[in-house]
Design a protein around this ligand. Structure first.
Ligand code: CA
Length: 645
């Protein structure tokens, strides 16, 4: 096909057309595939007039070894075969479209060299760590409690006790037995995370991203929401970013170590945009993978100027294949979709079905942000996976719940905006909505299987910094009480649970809101602080352990909402709910009361004897409860969790 006479806007129509899809949709495997004695290269480039493969000894610099043409075949597929096993050989392509030739790495590469600049042919079996064949995720837990972690944040702090050469790397996730400054007493790192009772560690982007120079200054830092190679791990987290096999092996080692620690692993995936418009996808098939506005300019719903056109069949296929690849090759147990509101509903449902079919229903977690940064220019008629379309998504696709997040601690758009725990009032009917995970009649969701409750994630302020911003001058002790109450409310809402690593020890970024390219010093997990705030950590630990034992809150079914039996307003700052807790639990009913006020509240209880499962002092009373009847005294800014047998 010649594009010479096609303007950008007619190209958009052409790529959106059924005719294009019917003629060029290609289900052949794409990428470089080697075996003994041969290596095959397959690239989908339907608009190209010429494609040349170049082979290199190295991933950066060095001599070109060889150059050979790819042959065009049916459905836009270009192929070449080399009669040798090219394991460890680097390559790229020269793709000519419309008379213009662009150099590109392979968008389907599974290994790459420094900075992802060239692709690498790889024998994936030689990247498997010892025992990988037997690697298995721990059994599916009764509740999903997700801990969001950045690889570099995890071990940057020398106090972590992690080996210096592994700090900031995938390898740090494999080191057990670390303690605070090596004191042998206070566990840090992997052992510490294991002790929290969380079920899933969600790794912030670990695919190859572009904003940190690999092998450069270790102080360079980025969250990594800027994809370069979607199917290759990031090189700055590897001990050797120049050898393409090392990053692959070391990420697998990290997953294996997390599995051994009893933790499942969720991968943060960013399929809504690429680092630059000028991506490998773009260079291979200009404009096909990118949404365009009516005037032909690139759509910008992501804030990055290059929204991917997930609704186009080969783009959707690229995303689905990528997810399946990470699940299969790296044993990932779930995926968190960045700006899921930019991807289309049918794609998300295909991903859900494909994972369920391969691994069993619900085995892999899917969650996403049900919004976008701005409007996007999807093909007309495309249903996007945003909040308004939650009910059109498979019930096994969950979405972050901003309503509870903002209700509990105040809006993240204004520093001074207060929520339940910091002076905003604690309205019983609003509390009831939160407890039900905003699910049921009249809500955007029909079941809490779609709800992810959280108070903090990598974006915006940490919970601690937000609490401090709302109440300047409040003592640390006062802020800690608010933090405890906030966590108690959040952890006793229906839906899955999620929190930013360090929220449990009052993590601070000194009030800086979005630290995506701040220093690793500011972003690091401060392991001294983790132990200084050990009482708060213990509160989280107790709440998590208790939550796992409460079927009334774990229930993700559409019937879960009916478990909310009553909501009661005690004072303007104190309210509670009564919940049906039928299931595998000694307690038939639960009574949750939260007092956000500065005064002690004498709350009247429903009749009967109530076991105190958690109170203002401890989240561990459920192990040996004491009893209350008729009324309960709640201290200032405190929670009371009660169970009736
Ligand atoms: Ca990179």
């Amino acid at each position: 096909m010649k594009l010479m006479d096609k303007t950008r806007t007619s190209l958009k129509k052409y790529f959106d057309s059924r005719a294009f899809r019917e003629r060029y949709h290609c289900d052949e495997p794409l990428g470089a595939f080697r075996e003994e004695g041969r290596t095959a290269f397959h690239l989908w480039a339907p608009t190209a007039s010429e494609v040349t493969l170049r082979l290199f000894q190295r991933g950066d610099g060095g001599e070109e070894l060889e150059r050979l043409p790819l042959s065009p075949g049916a459905r836009g597929l270009w192929s070449a075969e080399v009669p040798r096993d090219l394991d460890g050989v680097y390559y790229d392509y020269l793709v000519t479209v419309d008379g213009e030739t662009r150099r590109t790495a392979d968008p389907c590469a599974r290994a790459c060299g420094l900075d992802g600049d060239r692709s690498m042919v790889v024998d994936l079996r030689r990247t498997d760590p010892e025992g990988w064949e037997g690697d298995q995720a721990p059994p599916l837990p009764p509740e999903t409690v997700i801990y969001e972690l950045h690889v570099k944040d995890f071990s940057w702090d020398p106090a972590s006790g992690v080996r210096p050469e592994w700090r900031g790397k995938f390898k740090a996730l494999t080191q057990t037995g670390t303690t605070l400054n090596g004191d042998g007493v206070h566990p840090t790192g992997l052992d510490y995370i294991k002790s929290l009772g969380v079920t899933h560690v969600q790794l912030m982007p670990v695919f190859d991203y572009g904003s940190v120079a690999e092998g450069g200054d270790p102080n360079e830092y980025n969250w990594g929401y800027d994809p370069v190679n979607y199917n290759v791990p990031e090189g700055s987290y590897a001990t050797d970013p120049r050898d393409g096999a090392v990053r692959v092996r070391e990420l697998k080692e990290a997953v294996q170590a997390l599995h051994r620690a009893g933790l499942r692993v969720i991968m943060d995936v960013v399929y809504n945009h690429t680092y630059h418009l000028d991506s490998w996808l773009w260079r291979t098939v200009p404009w096909y993978y990118v949404r365009q506005r009516g005037d032909g300019s690139p759509s910008d719903g992501s804030g990055c100027g290059c929204d991917l056109a997930s609704e186009r069949s080969m783009c959707g296929k690229y995303i689905l294949d990528s997810v399946l690849y990470w699940a299969e090759e790296y044993h990932m147990d779930g995926f968190r979709f960045d700006l899921m509101g930019l991807l289309d509903v049918p794609l998300m449902n295909r991903v859900r079905r494909a994972l369920d079919k391969r691994y069993g229903p619900g085995e892999k977690v899917l969650l996403g942000e049900p919004w976008s940064a701005a409007a996007t220019a999807a093909r007309p008629g495309t249903r996007l996976a945003h909040k308004g379309n939650l009910r059109r998504l498979d019930a096994g696709v969950a979405a972050f719940c901003d309503a509870t997040r903002d209700a509990v601690k105040g809006s993240l758009f204004h520093a001074e905006d207060a929520g339940f725990v910091n002076g905003g009032g604690l309205d019983a009917s609003l509390l009831a909505c939160c407890v039900k995970g905003w699910s049921g009649d009249g809500f955007v969701s029909d079941a809490p299987s779609r709800t992810v409750n959280y108070l903090s994630c990598h974006d915006d302020w940490t919970l601690w910094d937000k609490l401090a911003a709302v109440s300047p001058g409040r003592s640390d002790a006062g802020l800690l009480r608010q933090n405890r109450l906030a966590a108690a409310i959040d952890f006793f809402c229906q839906g899955s649970l999620f929190f930013l690593a360090g929220e449990e020890f009052a993590r601070t970024k000194n009030g800086v809101k979005n630290t995506y390219r701040s220093s690793p010093e500011l972003n690091r997990l401060d392991w001294d602080r983790a132990w200084d705030n050990g009482a708060l950590v213990d509160w989280y630990r107790g709440l998590i352990a208790l939550r796992k034992r409460l079927p009334g809150l774990r229930d993700k079914s559409p019937a879960a909402g009916a478990r909310l039996l009553a909501a009661e307003q005690f004072t303007g700052n104190c309210s509670g709910v009564l919940l049906d807790n039928a299931g595998d639990s000694p307690w038939r009913q639960l009574c949750l009361i939260f007092n956000a006020g500065e005064d002690t509240v004498d709350a009247e209880l429903p009749e009967g004897v109530w076991d105190v499962l958690a109170d203002g002092d401890s989240a561990w009373h459920w192990q040996a409860p004491y009893q209350l009847r008729s009324s309960a005294m709640l201290g200032p800014v405190s929670a009371l969790i009660l169970g009736r047998r």
